[in-house]
Every structure is written in structure tokens, then in C-alpha cells.
Design a protein around this ligand. Sequence first.
Ligand code: IVH
Length: 668
Amino acid sequence: MAENIQARVDELHKLLNQYSYEYYVKDNPSVPDSEYDKLLHELIDIESQHPEYKTADSPTVRVGGEAQSTFEKVNHDTPMLSLGNAFNEEDLRKFDQRIREQIGDIKYMCELKIDGLAVSLKYENGRFVQGLTRGDGTTGEDITENLKTIHAIPLKINKPLTFEVRGEAYMPRSSFFKLNEAKEQNEEQPFANPRNAAAGSLRQLDARLAAKRKLSVFLYSVNDFTDFAADSQNDALKELDDLGFKTNQERRKVNNIDEVLDYIEYWTSQRESLPYDIDGIVIKVDDLSQQEEMGYTQKSPRWAIAYKFPAEEVVTQLLDIELSIGRTGVVTPTAILEPVRVAGTTVSRASLHNEDLIHEKDIRIGDSVVIKKAGDIIPEVINSIVDRRPDDAVPYHMPTHCPSCDHELVRIEGEVALRCINPKCQAQLVEGLIHFVSRQAMNIDGLGTKIIHQLYDNNKIKDVADIYYLTKEDLLPLERMGEKKVENLLSAIEQSKGNSLENLLFGLGIRHLGVKASQVVAEKYGSIERLFEVTEEEFVSIHDFGHKLAQSIVTYLENDDIRSLIDKLRQKHVNMEYKGVRTSDIEGHPEFKDKTIVLTGKLQQMTRNEAAEWLELQGAKVTNSVTKRTDLVIAGADAGSKLTKAEKFGTTVWSEDDFINKQNEISN
Ligand code: IVH
């Protein structure tokens, strides 16, 4: 009997592994999905009746097991390095020249640079035993259970080898679209791109959730070639294929840098036809002994380089120009576009900044326009294509009156923006309410834009203090509101009363008073009472505070309406004292404490404000310009002159990834 069970279990393992391989690695299934499901359920049943037959590499682990409480930190046996970047032909030719000077003629392996997450998979005697994230390159996180849910990762390979194989886990576009559709239906924030979605999925503590996310993987390197016959990258990839791993089949071995450039040109134009995102091309010296000869720098191999695609540009049609009125009355034109896919997402709106820009670029409704988007950054209209202009397209003119309150719009001297200066303008008031509850202000979770609009339209809130007077009866009749949601919302409102003074100050939306200045003012004066007494001169004497800001704070606080608003808040016991830590008391982290740090370029995974906030908590001083005294520059995408300056001064520069890795290191 036991023998029979064991034999059936073995057979089920074999069949299920084979079907996974055919479907997910070879993209060539031999049986319908239903057959796989049937056998899997048979195995699940056997394992539940006879748990002793369940092994760590059973195909049933693909569905995910128990949720974990954390991911364990694990040191990599050999560090996971990164690659140097090339952005143009010149960079690539330099790379090629350096190599040829050192070792003469060489052949290159060109591979697609998959836009996902680097992972390292450990096999012992042919079984997948552990999978790690890259982490900071030295230490990664153990995400084995999540990786096991990726069918393209073999749980068992066809030779009893012990080694580590590395590659990129990613989310195919089709899975990404499905996931975001579902998220939108549940009114959850969709992922910005497949890369973030993949990262989010692999960080799920519950592998059953990761299993639903349909990730895949391409393997591209082995960290120890002892058991491999290969003497080139090309052969190594073939061996990985033979062992049952999924490698990318679009790779091409080429004879020289010109052929590398051809390959790049080809994929620059064809990347959209792939079912997954790539963000560049990786070029590697093919011969393994030549790789060794070139060696490594501290951070990356000298024998490889990553060519990064430029920010993607696409053409679409400008359907309309919509105007939005910000909290300070600035009227911003937004392009409404024929939806188009660019840099991993579908774009239907883009910023047009201001009227001058629309005229300078002569952008007209109906035009074909070029849109640019890099990573997660808000798309921009670059220019319009005049040759394709329809006959009836007329130049665009901004209205003379506010589209919300019909008050005349003014152009303040020295500013390009048009502004509605009516303090009672509804659009501005609503924006002000939205700002008040936003994360860096009072951070009232669940009080979203739609709810605020509804409450405003129903006369339930007219100013920010009204938020604290809301009752269950006010909220329940709103669309998509249930008892539970109302309860959560009221408790979030209640909780926000305890916020420190700087949140309130920032939330009030005093002109020119940003997050940072709010923090400085709150920390320095301690309470709103004390602030009422501070003079303009006193404010100006604060480092980095100009007259405009000083005057703005004083005028604001003098205003009788504002005084009553503050009283109204006070009656509901909204805290008006500084509760935070004083900068001098911050213990911080030695890596950052008292360091002067500049953030530049566009960060993908957090806003610059969030990064600055975090750094300040570690005791760092975040400043705006790079000087000789700057200790560190953290540079996101498209960093410009600040980065150049940092390079000139020899200042340490970190990428966003370097920064995130350090954050992870510290917070764990
Ligand atoms: S080779 C020593 N090949 O790009 C590092 N990397 O910094 C060897 N990537 O972290 C990396 N596709 O996550 C290599 N075909 C490919 C790749 C690839 C994507 C990622 C990888 C690495 C980053 C480069």
C-alpha cells in the first residue's frame, strides 16, 4: 500500500514538473490546464491524508503555504553585483575600446535587460532549496516560498548539482494588466508598472497571494562554473536550458560592437512587441576566461555593461485640454489624450504646465502629439507634429475667467501661471480640503478625493474644521459607504487630532509654507499660540526663510477668519503643539547622522519628500544644492547639473537602488 502511494506521488511529481516545464519554460504545453489541475488536486488530497508524503519540493508548494511573519536576512555566498550603465553609442564604444585594449578582439553576448527584480536561486543536489533577493548585494532576503510559486523556476533539475543560478523575476504584461484591472475594480491603487507589481508580489508574506500574481523568471548567470562544461556565456546559457531553466531566447552572440549596436537598434524598435518589459540591453564579453581577465570593480564586472533605453516617446492624439484649479488658485492645463501605452503603462493624461508652453510649442486640440514618460514619472507632452495637423485645429487660448467660480483670472507679475484670486472659489476650497487630509498633512486615511467632493457638494464640509464635526449620519448616505467604512473613517479623523503641530501647519495650506518649513516653524516655536506672536523679522531670521514666506505666515495668522477657524479646530481638541523630536535629540544612524545630503533626479519608488523625511529622521541635513561640503548625493533618473557637480567635486553618489538597499539594511 505505502509503496503504491509512494509510486503515485513520484509519478505525480514527475508529471506536474514536466507540465510546468512545458507550459512555463518552453511555452509549449502538451496537456490542457485542466489536466494539470486534476493531477495537482490528486496530489494535494494524498498529501492531506498522508502528510508524510509531502516534501519541500512537492509541486503543491506552487500554490503557497503558510504566511510568514518576516523575511529572513541571508548573506549571499558571492555578492550580487550590479552593472555599469551606457546611455548612448559613445559610452558603448568606450566600453568596447577599453576591453579591446586589454584583451584584443572579443565576441559579445547581447541579452535583453529584463525589467524586474534580481534573484538568486540555490540548488542542492538538484533541488531548489533557497531563493534570495539581491538586497544590498551582500545580504538579501529569503523569499524562497514566494519563488516556489513561480512555475518557471524548477523545483528539481535533471542533474544532482549544487550551485547558485541568478536571474530576473518579472511580471508578464498580461498578468500585470489583469492584476491592475482587479485592483481598480476593488478601488485599490493600481501598480505603476510591471516591475513594481513584481516587487510587491515577491514581498508578500503570504505565498498564496504571490501564487496568484503569475510571475515568471529568466535566468542569466551561474556563480560557480565548476560543474559546468561551458567556457562562454553562450554555452552557459545553453547548459542552463538543458538543465530545465528558463533563459531568454532573444539573446544573440555577436562579433563586434557594431553588431551590438544593430541588436540595440532592433530591440529599441521592437521592445513593445515583447510580452514583458525590458529597460535596456546587457552586453557581456562572451568568453568566460576573458571575463576573468577583465575582472571586477568594487561594484560591477568590467566585462559587462547595461545599455539603458532613453525615456520612451510615443505619438498620440490630443483630444482636449482640461483645466484644473489648484489649492492656491493656479489654473493648470492638462492634456486629455487618446490612451496610449508608454513606458509600461497606459497614459491618457499629460501635463501641459502652462499657457506659455502651449503657445511656444503651438500645441492645438486635435494635433498628433509626442508624449514622453520615464519610469513612473508624470507623462509630458513634448511637441506636436505640425505636418499631421487637421485643418480645423485652432490655437488654444486659456479662458479669461475661472472655470469653477467664473471670477476673472489674473497673471501675477513674474509668474507664468494664471490664477483665480477669489478666496471663495469652490474648486480651490475643495483642493484645500484634499490637501488638509493628505499624507504629509493630517494624513486622514480613507478620506479620499471623491468623498471630499461629495461631502462638499452636500454642504457637510465647507472648511477644514468641519471635518472634525462630521457624524456617522453625515457619512452613511455617501456612495459606497458602509457601517465599517464609516467607523474606520471616523476613527482616522479622531486619530488625526493627535498629530503634531507641523502636520496642522502644513495642512492649513499657508502659501509658501512647505513640509520642511512647517517642521522648522513647529519645532522652533512649539505651539500655535506662540506663533501668533512671532513677527515677520523673526521669521526672516530663520535660515532659508525669505520675506515672501515670512510675510505669508504673518498675514495668514493675523486674519480674523483664520483665527475663528483655529478656534473651531480647538473646540474639537485638535492638537496644536509640537510633539516631534527636536533635531538635536535625534539619535539617527551613524551612516547619515549630521551628513549633508542632496536628492536629485526623479525617484521611482518614493517621492523626494519621503526620501528627505526618512533621511532627516536619521539625523541628516537635506539641502538643495551640491557644494564641496555635501557628503552624499542620491541621484534618481534624469539627474542633471547637480549630479555633474557632484562628480566634479568627487562627492559620493548613490543610485535610488543603493539608497533603498541601505534603508532596508538599517530598518532590519
Ligand atoms: S547580468 C554582475 N543580465 O540588471 C551583474 N543582468 O545592474 C550581472 N538584469 O541587477 C547582471 N536582465 O537585475 C544581467 N540579461 C541580464 C539582465 C540583468 C536584467 C538586471 C539585473 C541586474 C541589473 C544590472
